[in-house]
Design a protein around this ligand. Structure first.
Ligand SMILES: Nc1nc2c(c(=O)[nH]1)N[C@H]1C(S)=C(S)[C@@H](COP(=O)(O)OP(=O)(O)OC[C@H]3O[C@@H](n4cnc5c(=O)[nH]c(N)nc54)[C@H](O)[C@@H]3O)O[C@H]1N2
Ligand SMILES: Nc1nc2c(c(=O)[nH]1)N[C@H]1C(S)=C(S)[C@@H](COP(=O)(O)OP(=O)(O)OC[C@H]3O[C@@H](n4cnc5c(=O)[nH]c(N)nc54)[C@H](O)[C@@H]3O)O[C@H]1N2
Ligand SMILES: [Mo]
Length: 590
């Protein structure tokens, strides 16, 4: 602990606060996340903390903020049972959210009139239960959803009263105007009849839930995809109502908690905004930070490798993530770690690819050993209690962060119990809440709930449904965003770095690019590319497999890395089932 603290302090003294980076994870508990964020933003006073949620949820965060003025999912899990139509966009729910998907399937079995539509280039297992599968060309969701907006508007599906309370209706509808079914079919490579069938079903069903995940978020047009989906719900007034709403499915157990404490480089804590000076002052005062919170976002997850190789970041602390495998351009990141003066890794597994690159390894407790809270996709905070005692010298991540902070000489980290951290986090969400209105007001929720931390039953902040119109967050109306789909279809080089030398042409394109900086990734398209590769999760593995691959049974579903090809592509390439193939993937610079 002393070594970590003194080496971090030395680095900061020599090279400034921006020479240190924390790369954290939504597999942390809210309490862990809160302390890490407080230490970096409030005391080291730099915004160099980013989370693996950058690769996962940041498009949804940016999309929600643009549409609702706040990062929130207006509905809840019962909507999956209550809806008449579930549309899955870029989501293999059967494998990745099996419990919630099971709830929908049970409801569908009880009422076979319920319909399921899957929009996914691949025919996944989720499609086995679908009434309609749209095998969309990758990256063309905004084309499809602009077409839907036009169709809904032309077929009298606008909820005039609701829409009159939203901003941007006219410009969004105008932007969608050229997207008739024929042009959508051309861009998406879908049959026109199938598109029409999809549009008709959405038009006919007020109780429509659109659930989306990585096929939407992990894209250079990810934020626009999110807003294109939300647009269709705002126009029809299908937001935050029983069985109706856009629904961002989060992946990791505590993706939502991380957002609440603001542990992305461009977020602040307690749903306050980093780019607003008064908000920064408010949080700084609350934390009694030694210096004003910095406004500048310097390094996000996808820039870390370059920042290290350029000598800007000298020390990195990686917690509960395995970026040597999971980051875009992972090999470059591995090289960067080799060149970095100080690499600290907090891990709960005995071995991981990233752990092998560390100078200092801190043994952390895992979910079953530590205690705290997590928030799920429907804004529900659950207490997670330890089941077993921590192995060996392992400690909870919040404790490790607090110890390091104290040894760096910072005040405000004397936590003994996770409950103290939770209450501080809750107090921050309520701090000056009437001055800077936010739906996330945990003190008010706790008062209603009236239960002590240890025996707290699950608590859904904002109530079952959030009325995004009545709530008036940040004094703004809900907004439809005018979407300009990418000029060329396809954006599947999902993990290519931003190339600012891009010869971006029109103003609209520039806007599209700017709109999508949420993910920090950009799209590169080359018409000459023979195959566009996309990734999907494995049913029986969790991410980089540090934990799940230890169970022999889980390695049986898929024993080798597998490339799935369309039969026509396979035939054209002369590839047969179970052949070994070698792939050379280029990251294209357009
Ligand atoms: N078994 C298992 N479950 C998991 C995880 C795991 O590792 N294993 N991880 C968890 C995490 S962190 C996450 S984020 C979630 C992810 O949950 P999902 O998002 O359901 O997971 P993916 O398999 O990445 O599915 C993305 C789908 O998007 C499709 N897709 C790709 N490009 C496009 C596109 O341009 N448009 C459309 N419409 N679709 C596209 C892909 O073919 C793929 O089927 O899963 C969570 N659950
Ligand atoms: N090609 C490609 N890359 C992707 C994606 C993709 O679809 N395709 N998806 C992206 C997405 S959505 C995600 S979420 C990321 C996931 O990427 P990672 O976060 O790298 O995935 P994990 O394998 O879950 O790594 C988590 C590590 O943290 C450790 N850990 C778990 N709990 C704790 C804890 O409480 N404390 C500490 N200190 N350690 C802990 C585990 O042992 C594990 O080694 O991958 C991203 N990368
Ligand atoms: Mo994720």
């Amino acid at each position: 602990m002393d070594d970590v603290a003194s080496r971090l302090s030395d680095t900061i003294a020599k090279h400034g606060p921006e020479s240190v980076m924390f790369y954290v994870s939504s597999q942390l508990l809210t309490e862990d996340y809160y302390v890490a964020n407080k230490l970096m933003k409030g005391f080291i006073v730099s915004n160099n903390i980013d989370s693996n949620s950058r690769l996962c949820m940041s498009s949804a965060v940016a999309g929600h903020n643009r549409a609702f003025g706040a990062d929130l999912v207006p509905g809840n899990y019962t909507d999956f049972e209550a809806c008449d139509l579930l549309v899955l966009v870029g989501s293999n729910m059967a494998w990745c959210h099996p419990i919630l998907f099971g709830r929908f399937l049970q409801a569908k079995q009880d009422n076979p009139n319920k319909k399921l539509i899957v929009i996914d280039p691949r025919r996944t297992d989720s499609c086995e239960f679908a009434d309609l599968h749209l095998p969309i060309a990758p990256g063309t969701d905004t084309h499809l959803y602009n077409g839907l907006l036009k169709y809904l508007e032309e077929h009298g599906c606008t909820d005039a009263e609701y829409a009159s309370q939203c901003d941007g209706v006219e410009s969004a509808v105008t932007a969608a105007d050229s997207w008739d079914i024929e042009s959508v079919a051309k861009a998406t490579q879908l049959d026109a009849e199938k598109i029409e069938q999809f549009y008709q079903l959405v038009a006919a069903n007020d109780k429509t839930v659109t659930a989306f995940s990585m096929g939407v978020n992990q894209s250079s047009s990810g934020t626009d995809k999110v807003n294109a989906i939300i647009n269709s719900h705002l126009l029809t007034g299908r937001v935050g109502k029983k069985g109706a709403g856009p629904f961002s499915l989060t992946g990791q157990p505590n993706a939502m908690g991380g957002r609440e404490v603001g542990a992305l480089a461009n977020l602040l804590a307690g749903h306050l905004q980093l780019d607003i000076a008064e908000h920064r002052q408010s949080v700084g005062k609350f934390w009694q930070s030694p210096q004003p919170i910095a406004p500048k976002v310097v390094v996000k997850a996808c820039d870390v490798a370059d920042a290290i190789l350029d000598g800007k970041v000298k020390a990195i602390w990686i917690v509960a993530t395995n970026p040597v495998v999971s980051l875009p351009e992972a090999d470059k990141f591995r090289q960067a770690l080799a060149a970095c003066d100080l690499v600290i890794v907090s891990e709960c597994s005995k071995d991981s690819d990233t752990l092998r690159c560390a100078d200092i390894v801190l043994p952390a407790q895992s979910w079953s050993e530590k205690s705290g809270t997590v928030t799920n996709s429907e804004r529900r905070i659950s207490r997670q209690r330890s089941l077993v005692t921590g192995v060996g010298d392992s400690k909870p991540d919040w404790w490790i962060f607090s110890q390091v902070a104290k040894r760096m000489g910072f005040k405000g980290f004397d936590y003994i119990e996770p409950s103290e951290i939770f209450l501080e986090h809750a107090a921050l969400t309520s701090h000056e809440n009437s001055k800077y209105p936010r739906q996330l007001d945990l003190m008010a929720e706790l008062e209603k709930h009236n239960q002590p931390y240890d025996s707290m039953s699950p608590l859904q902040w904002g109530g079952q449904y959030i009325d995004v119109i009545a709530s008036d967050f940040q004094h703004a109306k809900p907004k439809l965003v005018a979407i300009t789909p990418p000029r060329q279809a396809g954006d599947v080089n999902r993990f290519s770095p931003i190339n600012d030398n891009n010869k971006t042409k029109s103003k609209a394109e520039k806007q599209t690019k700017q709109n999508n900086l949420g993910l920090g990734l950009t799209q590169n398209v080359d018409d000459g590319l023979k195959l566009r590769l996309i990734t999907g999760r494995l049913r029986d593995q969790w991410h980089t497999m540090t934990r799940t691959a230890l169970a022999p049974k889980l390695n049986q579903q898929q024993t080798v890395p597998t490339l799935t090809l369309h039969p026509q592509d396979a035939e054209a390439l002369g590839v047969n089932n179970n052949d070994f193939v070698s792939i050379k993937a280029d990251i294209l610079q357009v």
